[in-house]
Design a protein around this ligand. Structure first.
Ligand code: B12
Ligand code: SF4
Ligand code: SF4
Length: 228
């Protein structure tokens, strides 16, 4: 546990200046993700942003880079997290890297979160304004697995405004009409609403307003969604 605590403290200290936080730890019994050595990980440390926490560090990094660099947020995340994982003898995983690792299942186990009707996991404090930037897998179990049974805000949200604010009804309970959303965000109306202010369905959620992403970050994520 002593060495575990050092590893955990090292992760926290190395990543917090970048606005990336240790979100939780998952332990596995042979069902962990594969590591480079061909073994399955015994634990994964989940890393992510809380509100707009990554935006200042990411924006500084981006200044001076080619403006058309592909997948800049993924590139930055890998530059920050991968060397740390290697230094600690672990393996880095990234949400957009194929094969896709089950980041949301890990988050449900690590933080006790549940899905909102949008598909995005909702946090009782941060609402929909958080995400995952990577994870570090270790061969052996590390730390204490977080099993936090969080309160689920959607259970006591009777009006569910996230289900009524999409202009093209792309958001239905637990199903997302990707084609409908995409066609709207490419239209002049979509450029003026969702692409400028962020997803109107996500914006309508009343939970965690102080964690809402800054306008530039909202536009950045929408532009990325529009390119997919
Ligand atoms: C593919 C994908 C998409 C596809 C979904 C296509 C589809 N219908 O399946 C598209 C491009 C539409 C998408 C959109 C968005 N996504 Co997405 N997406 C992913 C990705 C890369 C893989 C999902 C997957 O298949 N995983 C593999 C399986 C094995 O893992 P899993 O944990 O079991 O999978 C869960 C998800 O698949 C989920 N799910 C199923 N359908 C959908 C649909 C949507 C929209 C979401 C969000 C989740 C979701 O159900 C599973 C629960 O067990 C994940 C990252 C990751 N590696 O998980 C991000 C991820 C799920 N997305 C995320 C986000 C934030 C979004 C957007 C809000 C992005 C944005 N622009 O801001 C939008 C949602 C738009 C909206 N209006 O709400 C976050 C969610 C964070 C959170 N708090 O939960 C993730 C985890 C990425 C990250 N870096 O944090 N996404
Ligand atoms: S608006 Fe209500 S139901 Fe929708 S995500 Fe927010 S809390 Fe959940
Ligand atoms: S981005 Fe716009 S069109 Fe897409 S789901 Fe959100 S509100 Fe609907």
């Amino acid at each position: 546990m002593g060495n575990d605590q050092t590893t955990i403290d090292t992760i926290r200290a190395a990543l917090s200046p970048h606005g990336i936080f240790l979100r939780g730890i998952v332990h596995f019994d042979g069902d962990g993700p594969e590591m480079a050595a061909g073994i399955s990980a015994g634990a994964v440390v989940l890393l992510g942003n809380i509100g707009g926490s990554i935006w200042p560090a990411f924006s500084r990094w981006r200044t001076g880079k080619e403006p058309d660099i592909a997948n800049p947020l993924d590139t930055w995340s890998a530059e920050v997290i991968r060397p740390l994982a290697e230094r600690l003898g672990g393996q880095a995983y990234f949400p957009s890297q194929k094969p896709w690792q089950p980041f949301q299942q890990w988050a449900m186990r690590a933080e006790g979160l549940k899905a909102s009707p949008l598909g995005v996991l909702i946090h009782p404090e941060y609402g929909l304004w958080h995400g995952y930037r990577g994870a570090i897998g270790f061969a052996d179990r590390i730390g204490i697995a977080s099993v936090v049974l969080a309160d689920h805000p959607c259970d006591r949200c009777h009006d569910k405004p996230c289900l009524t604010h999409c202009p093209v009804d792309a958001v239905k309970p637990m199903s997302f009409d990707v084609a409908g959303c995409r066609s709207h965000i490419h239209s002049p109306e979509g450029q003026a609403d969702c692409m400028t202010s962020g997803c109107l369905a996500r914006n309508a959620c009343p939970v965690g307003p102080s964690y809402r992403y800054p306008p530039e970050q909202l536009r950045f994520h929408m532009a990325a969604l529009g390119r997919l």
